[in-house]
Design a binder for this molecule. Structure first.
Ligand SMILES: N[C@@H](CCC(=O)N[C@@H](CS)C(=O)NCC(=O)O)C(=O)O
Length: 243
């Protein structure tokens, strides 16, 4: 007689920054793949002591999967994609994979690198960063007239990486011009994904800080300060009640 043992899902822990976009992009990957994972919400001002033991850089996100400790969001995201391949978030063929990685690298170098300046008190630096991000996003906008996602027909790690920036545009004070409408439509498609909505509500706070609002077209949950970014934004669906 064969004894069937149900496979146990791996027990993973993600140390995730409450408002940081890099942790946010990793949470989107987690929820896209429906990975069972304990998400430890970390306030960067009060990091748990074990984080420094796990990660020599003591930064976020940091992931623990049994004996493996990973840091750097792009490494964690690629690991998750390879470790739990369904749904795949990278193309299969080497050329397309290389192009996707190039795009990820460019987002990091060109846009993620601007984030400290965007939120700094140095007015000149923040204005310069705002202009660079606004112009860069406007330039890529026509892509979305041709295809639904950054690298083509399929949602990928590249979209997971862009979504946290798009979500925070109001917070960064960036108003995109009218010609960026295809990008804004794309952003709404990303925000409507279940994985994205789950990625926003990592703590129990939203139910106490939001309220329902209604206009002639729809009813939505309005958060005074979204827990993922402290921005003011309309969210397309009500938040989960708790973690
Ligand atoms: N290359 C790393 C950078 C990680 C990083 O800079 N994390 C920031 C969050 S945006 C952090 O933890 N800052 C708080 C600190 O270093 O004390 C990645 O992609 O994850």
């Amino acid at each position: 007689m064969t004894t069937l043992i149900a496979p146990r899902k791996p027990v993973m822990t993600l140390y995730s920054g409450m408002s940081d976009p890099l942790s946010h992009r990793t949470r989107i990957v987690l929820y896209e793949k429906d990975i069972e994972c304990q998400v430890v919400e970390v306030d960067p001002a009060k990091k748990p002591r074990e984080l420094a033991d796990l990660n020599p850089y003591n930064d976020l996100p940091t992931m623990v999967d049994r004996d493996l400790v990973l840091y750097s969001s792009y490494i964690i995201n690629e690991y998750l994609d390879e470790r739990l391949p369904h749904p795949p978030l990278m193309p299969v063929d080497p050329v397309s994979r290389a192009k996707a990685r190039l795009m990820l690298m460019r987002f990091d170098r060109d846009w993620y690198s601007l984030l400290p300046d965007l939120t700094s008190n140095d007015k000149r630096a923040s204005t310069k960063a705002r202009t660079a991000l606004r112009d860069g996003l406007t330039v890529i906008s026509p892509i979305f007239k041709e295809q639904p996602f950054v690298i083509g027909a399929e949602f990928s790690l590249v979209d997971c990486s862009l979504a946290p920036i798009l979500w925070r545009l109001d917070h960064y004070g960036i108003d995109l011009p009218r010609q960026a409408k295809p990008l804004l439509d794309y952003a709404e498609r990303l925000f409507a994904r279940k994985s994205f909505r789950l990625s926003l509500y990592i703590c129990s706070a939203p139910s106490t800080i939001g309220r329902w609002r209604t206009d002639s077209r729809r009813t939505w949950w309005w958060t005074r300060g979204c827990p993922a970014c402290a921005c003011r934004r309309v969210t397309p669906t009500p938040p989960a009640a708790s973690c």
